[in-house]
Design a protein around this ligand. Structure first.
Ligand code: MN
Length: 236
């Protein structure tokens, strides 16, 4: 678990993303955090992050999680992120690694099915439960054998059958930030991002509702108390 790759990929004098502190002490009590960030970069995707050993283990999911237990969602493991990243909602400048709009789509705590997470990760079968605002219940991440040439480990995220299963699409049903209630387009508007690019990551049905009733648009947050880690205004 190291932040070296995370830091190598980013220029912290240009991007507002957190550099992350060196974590030397192991936290032994308290719950483990999870976050899912919706990220409109080259393509829209969801980043699942699970706290473990003072970093956020991270998977990029093209479609995000599904409550339908018959659906397996692709989750490509990416570099560990700092725990401070859980508070990041804003704009990564165009041209930078992951350039685009980031939303805190869900957050809460997670519990591994058995305490030896290192063994579960090694085995490639991580069973866990989520207590978020959108994601609840029991899930599994299963590592696939992947294909030759895959640069990163490929996992599948699958819902276990429990009382939370549903065929409704949570990404369509609940597309807004759990911290600021904003859509991607509203984050881009407030923080100097590319609104057109951000908007095509929002569900068209949600944008249509706003066009029909502009009162539904979340008021611009400029000048308000900052609830989350906001981007710096970009320099043009
Ligand atoms: Mn991402």
């Amino acid at each position: 678990m190291s932040l070296r790759e995370y830091r190598q990929k980013r220029r912290f004098n240009v991007s507002p993303e957190p550099k992350g502190k060196e974590q030397t002490t192991q936290r032994t009590k308290g719950k483990l955090a999870f976050v899912v960030q919706k990220h409109r970069a080259t393509a829209v995707h969801y980043d699942l992050r699970l706290e473990w050993r003072r970093v956020m283990l991270s998977w990029a999911m093209p479609k995000g999680p599904s409550y339908d237990a018959s659906i397996k969602r692709l989750a490509v493991q990416v570099e560990d992120h700092p725990i401070e990243y859980n508070k990041f909602e804003g704009i990564i400048p165009a041209g930078e690694y992951g350039g685009g709009t980031v939303m805190i789509w869900d957050r809460g705590t997670w519990t591994p099915e058995t305490p030896d997470v290192d063994a579960l990760l090694k085995r490639g079968e991580l069973k866990f439960s989520l207590e978020g605002q959108k994601l609840r219940g029991s899930w599994v991440l299963v590592r696939t054998r992947g294909r030759p040439g895959d640069a990163k480990p490929v996992w599948l995220m699958i819902k276990h059958r429990d009382q939370w299963v549903s065929t409704q699409d949570i990404t369509e049903l609940a597309p807004r930030s759990v911290v600021t209630n904003r859509l991607l387009v509203e984050i881009a508007r407030d923080e100097g991002g590319d609104m057109r690019k951000a908007a095509d990551g929002d569900p068209p049905s949600e944008l249509k509702k706003i066009l029909e009733d502009p009162k539904l648009l979340t008021p611009a947050r400029r000048g308000r108390a900052k609830a989350v880690w906001h981007s710096k205004r970009p320099v043009h």
